[in-house]
Ligand binder design. Sequence first.
Ligand code: FAD
Ligand code: SIN
Length: 534
Amino acid sequence: MQTDFLVIGSGIAGLTFAIKTAKHFPDKKVTVITKTQSDETNTKYAQGGIAGVWDENKDSFEKHINDTLIAGDGLCDNAIVEIVVKEGPERIKELINYGASFDKQENGEYALGKEGGHSEFRILHHKDVTGKEMERALLHEIATLSNVEIVSHCFVVDLITQHHLGYLVTKSTHNITCFGVYVLNLNSNQIEKILSHTTLLATGGCGQAYRTTTNPKIATGDGVAMVYRAKGRIENMEFIQFHPTALYEPGVSPSFLITEAVRGDGGILRNKDGEAFMEKYDARKDLAPRDIVARAIDNEMKKAGTECVYLDCRHFDKEKFIHHFPNIYGKCLSIGIDVMQHLIPVAPAAHYSCGGIQTNEYAQTSITNLYACGECASTGLHGANRLASNSLLEAMVFAHRAFENIKEQNKNTPNPSIEGEVPDWNALGTSDPREMILITQSLKELQSIMSDYVGIVRTDVRLERAMKRLDLLFTETEELYRTTKVSPQLCELRNLITVGYLIVKGAEFRKESRGLHYNTDHLEKSKLLQDIVL
Ligand code: FAD
Ligand code: SIN
C-alpha cells in the first residue's frame, strides 16, 4: 500500500494532524493507523481538561509560561514553552469549531478549572470526561473528510529505513530516512508494508511499563521503541510522571483516575490518621506540582506502611460535585464509596512520559521524513515535570506545526523509486507461539521491575538491579521474537522492555534529583542543565 501522508495513532495528536493535512491537500490520501478501535487512546481518558490562557483580563501568557517553567524544574526549553502557550488558544478554538463542547458558567463564559502548579484558573473541561468529548469531536470531523482513511486493528511493527534496503544504519549514519512502516494487519494476520513520503508518529505514552498506571492497555511506548530501533534520537525518558491520585482499587488495571481538578475545587489529601499532610511538604499544599505531591504521598504511605492515602471531598456541595465530576461520583458509588460521606482511597500511578522521541519546533525527528507529536514526542515543553493539562495542548500545537512544515515544504509526493526495493516481511524460521504465558509472565516481571526499582524514589543500587533484570528479559524476548510469529502481545512486550531500558539508562546517566527523577544517592541538582539523549 502507498499513501501520501501516513499517521500512526488516532488520539488527539494524530487526528489533529490528519484533519489539517486532509483539508489542505484534498487530492492526497491520508491514512491513519490505529492498533485497536479508533477511539481507544489515552486521549479518550483525559479528565481534567486542556490548559490555555482564555481570559486575558485575569490571566496572561507570562503566568502560564512561568507556571510551566516552574513545574519543569529548570529543564524546559523556554522558546518551546512560549510557542505552546501563545499558540495554544488558537488550537483550542479550532477544536471548538470542530464541535468540542466545554463547560460554561451561567453567564455564558467558560467555567475554567485549576490544577496543581497553575497560578490561575485556565483549564477548559467537559465535566470530568474532557478527553472523551475531544476524541468524539475529532473523529466526527475526520468522518467528514473523504480523503482520510482510518485503518483500525492494524499494529505497526517497525519503521522502514535504509536498513531494510540492505544498508548499514548506525546512530552516526547521516540522513536516516523513513519510507513507511511494516504493519501487522490483525484482520488478515499478515504483515504488510505501507510506504509514504511523510510519516507522523502519534503513538502516545508508555504507562504500561508499570504495574499501576492510569494508561489504557494501548500505552506501550511503541513509537519510542521503533525510533530507537531505527537509530533515531530519544531523550529524557527518566522523567515518568506519577499522577498523585489514582483510585486505590487492588487488582484493577488500568487504575481509574481521580482528576487533579478535584483538588483544584478544594479536595484535601489526608493520611491514615486523618491529617491534612500536604502543608508539611509545600506551601502550595494539595495544589503543588505533581512530582511534589506524588513524593509526599509516597512518603506518607511508606511511613505508615499503608498502600494508599485518602482524598477528602466530604465538605463539597453535593450538587456541584456531581455537576463537575459525574464520572468520578458514579465510579466511586459503584464500588461502595459515597464521596459525600466517605474518604476516597488514592495512590500514585504511572501517568505520563515527559521524554520521548526528540523533536524540533516543527515536530521533526532526527529521522528524515519522520515527524512525531503528542505524548510520544519530547518537544522541550515539559522539562523535568509536566504541568497538569499541558499535554493535550502540546499535542495540538505540534500537530499543527508538523502540518505547517509539510505545507511549506510541500513534501506531499510519495517516493515511487523506493517501492520495488523494500522487501516484504521475512517470517522465515518463525512458528506460532506455543505458550502465551512466556509473554504474559515476562510482561508482569517487567512491570514489577519498573515499579519496584524505577518508581517515584530511585537509588543507584535499585537502578543497577533493574538493568540486570531487564537484560535477561531482553535476551529471552529477542530469542522469542526471532523464532515466533509476530503478535501484538509479543511486539508490545518487546517495545516495553526497550522503553524500560531507556528509562533506566536515562535515570542512571542523570546524577542528580530534578523534577520527576528523584534519586536518594544524588539529592542535589546539578549545575549543568542537560537533556539525556540516547
Ligand atoms: P493517544 O491518545 O494515546 O493515542 C495513541 C494512538 O496511537 C492510539 O490510537 C493507538 O492505537 C496508536 N498506536 C500506538 N502504538 C501503535 C502501534 N504500534 N500501531 C498502531 N497504532 C498504535 N492530559 C491533559 O492535558 N489533560 C488531562 O486532563 C489529561 N488527563 C489524563 C487522564 C488520563 C487517565 C490519562 C491516561 C492521561 C491524561 N492526560 C491528560 C494525558 C493525555 O491524555 C495524553 O498525553 C494524550 O491524550 C496523548 O495523546 P496522543 O495523541 O499523543 O496519544
Ligand atoms: C487530571 O485530570 O488530573 C489529569 C490531568 C493531566 O494529566 O494533565
